[in-house]
Design a protein around this ligand. Sequence first.
Ligand code: AP5
Length: 195
Amino acid sequence: MRLVLLGAPGAGKGTQATRLVAKHSIVQLSTGDMLRAAVTAGTPLGAQAKEIMNRGELVPDQLVIDLIDQRIGASDAAHGFILDGFPRTVAQARTLDTLLTKRNMKLDAVVELVVDENELLKRVENRVRETLKAGGVVRADDNPESLKTRLDAYRKLTAPVSAYYAQKGDLKQVDGMAPIDDVTLAIDKAIGGRV
Ligand code: AP5
């Protein structure tokens, strides 16, 4: 099963991807997590991405395309994967099609978590509280200013990705405002229990 999870910042992509991974033998490929790991490790990729991410802007397409190209061909992704946070521009979506075709792969479903914008800030604030309570490190982009930029980038560059998949007949929309367990059930229903 090869799945794309779309949704605005804080919509619940990571939460749902983790559940799908736990339930099925597939891997989560989160470009955000990969980039944050590169920043923490101080790699050249991390150095290139750090300030862009902190501001809440998207990193250049080619950086994430290279990451995904390597990961979808890796042995642990052979049973399938969930793309969380990729593609985020129509150019990334088109390139993903090319990368999959090159490997004789195709997507089984594209699921968009639909959440009201005013709920997103509350969720991000909640994540900050939970992280601090657990003694963790708060994400550098989890602040109102960066979130505004992340939302602007989402509206301008990522919302057209949903339209791209809708045109192809691949898009399934799920109510991301529902409680977490209900969203999980709705995703299972949307993908027809195919994972
Ligand atoms: P990324 O890490 O992908 O962040 P994001 O899209 O902003 O999404 P989040 O991780 O904030 O939210 P989420 O939807 O995963 O929600 P979560 O499950 O955590 O990207 C970060 C940055 O990396 C980008 O800004 C960009 O710079 C760069 N980047 C990454 N990919 C890129 C790409 N492809 N191209 C270019 N740049 C890229 O949930 C949030 C909170 O809500 C949690 O506290 C959770 O418990 C709670 N919650 C979840 N679901 C529910 C629910 N149903 N009800 C109530 N609370 C809920």
